[in-house]
Design a protein around this ligand. Structure first.
Ligand code: GLN
Length: 224
């Protein structure tokens, strides 16, 4: 096994390939299950739209081989949407507000005076809408989608990933981690929020190392 498989159903996969080219490391884009074989040593799950990627993982047949790869403890780097796909639990930022506003709006439209009913049904909706089903569910953490908001969620700063310091961090409507389970370790923090995790051979970043000139996170993946 020597090839890095880059999930290429949607999102920023080409940028990961460019970084691997700079490092002279062989890679293959994973468009469908036909692209999977035993030469795949490690997988990159790129940024993009996790809900779309999750659906396409099923449609392309790539979900099962990647889930088996993860279960065997082989290396994975998940960036941004990729971190969401790895998470044990996914929270949708804003979903609670939308659900309760929706319930309040519906009650107003019905001219509903049964406030207790409205409150209880709204809290049921709130819970249902707030968490969505996990995809690989392998990373022992709760990850909140669009945690910085959708409009002002894109920024750059300097931080670390474990021993890698002075690392440029690019965020594009990224998530952050709201709860870290005992299997995962915190590798990056920005303004008190956890934005990088490691769990054995799983590396997950809320930021986009592929959108910078810094190749050290990819070098770490290649070293695993
Ligand atoms: N907001 C996206 C999601 O929730 C992630 C954004 C990204 O990968 N840059 O899936």
């Amino acid at each position: 096994r020597s090839v890095t498989g880059i999930l290429a159903v949607q999102g920023a996969f080409a940028e990961h390939a460019e970084i691997l080219d700079r490092l002279g490391a062989p890679w293959r884009l994973l468009h469908s299950a036909n692209d999977w074989d035993d030469s795949i040593a490690r997988v990159i799950l790129p940024g993009g739209e996790s809900t779309v990627q999750g659906r396409l993982l099923r449609l392309t047949g790539l979900f099962t081989p990647i889930a088996e790869h993860i279960a065997q403890g082989r290396p994975v780097l998940g960036t941004c949407a990729g971190m969401i796909l790895l998470a044990r639990t996914i929270e949708n930022e804003g979903a609670a507000d939308t659900a309760s506003q929706g319930a309040a709006f519906a009650a107003a439209a019905r001219n509903d005076t049964a406030a207790d009913d409205t409150a209880s049904s709204s809290s049921v909706h709130r819970h249902a809408a707030h968490e969505s089903t996990a995809y690989f569910g392998a990373l022992d953490a709760v990850v909140r989608r669009n945690a910085y908001g959708r409009q002002l969620g894109s920024f750059e700063t300097i931080g670390s990933f474990g021993d890698i310091h002075d690392l440029p961090l690019v965020f594009i409507r990224g998530p952050y981690v709201t709860e870290v389970g005992p299997k995962a370790t915190v590798e990056s923090r920005v303004d008190g929020h956890v934005v990088g995790l490691r769990q054995g051979s799983l590396l997950a970043t809320a930021f986009h190392p592929e959108l910078t000139d810094d190749t050290r996170v990819h070098e770490l993946l290649l070293s695993l």
